[in-house]
Design a protein around this ligand. Structure first.
Ligand SMILES: [Zn+2]
Ligand SMILES: [Zn+2]
Length: 210
């Protein structure tokens, strides 16, 4: 059974019983299946810049006492940022951990074959799928073991976008900063199949292993 869609995500399209998160790539024709698990860079950037939730697209809390949640792999802690936008702590983050097969433990590893995004183009000239390309990152992920995931809750006032250099490009918006930000709590949500490197990262970053 699909998990209950939280009220906050009521505006999201629904596919196969699952709410499509704001960041997911999709065709302009909503009857076509969205690409769960493949982020649309423009959508991600808007969420990061405007401090919006990557699930429902609504603003994250900015009031004192407000919180946001990041779903992080050990590698995200060591490199110091999350490339995924933050989520609402009380509803969108728990929904993601129940609905996403990478997070709910129902998928033990990434797809073993490379996903051919170029083959998924629908051919409509106005749909932004005409820009989808098969990036190196998708290729590198194919067949990789499933990393553990943590839900880390942070104070709203600590939110900082993370900028960095990517190859020849300077000061690119890469995500939400994790380095130097003290979380209110960290919980292991998916044990996954941690690699030796993941174990090492978890030990270095003092992350719970169960
Ligand atoms: Zn399309
Ligand atoms: Zn949300």
């Amino acid at each position: 059974m699909s998990p209950r869609i939280p009220k906050r995500m009521a505006g999201c399209p629904v596919h196969g019983g699952l709410a499509v998160p704001e960041v997911a790539a999709r065709h302009s024709d909503e009857r076509r299946p969205p690409l769960f698990g493949i982020n649309h860079p423009g959508r991600v950037n808007t969420c990061l810049m405007e401090k919006r939730c990557g699930g429902c697209a609504q603003p994250l809390s900015t009031r004192p006492g407000g919180k946001y949640t990041l779903l992080l792999r050990p590698a995200d802690f060591t490199r110091g940022y999350s490339s995924e936008p933050a989520l609402h702590t009380s509803d969108c983050a728990p929904y993601a951990t129940e609905a996403c097969p990478l997070l709910n433990g129902r998928m033990s590893s990434y797809r073993t074959t490379r996903r051919d995004l170029e083959a998924e183009r629908c051919g409509q000239p106005t749909c932004d799928c005409r820009l989808w390309t098969n990036s190196d990152d998708h290729g590198a992920r194919a067949g990789a073991t499933a990393s553990p995931f943590y839900a880390a809750i942070y104070r709203a006032g600590d939110y900082r976008p993370h900028w960095g250099d990517v190859r020849q490009h300077r000061n690119v918006l890469l995500g939400v900063a994790v380095a130097g930000v003290e979380p209110l709590s960290i919980r292991l949500v998916t044990r996954g199949e941690p690699s030796f490197l993941d174990f090492t990262r978890a030990l270095i970053m003092d992350l719970p292993l169960d």
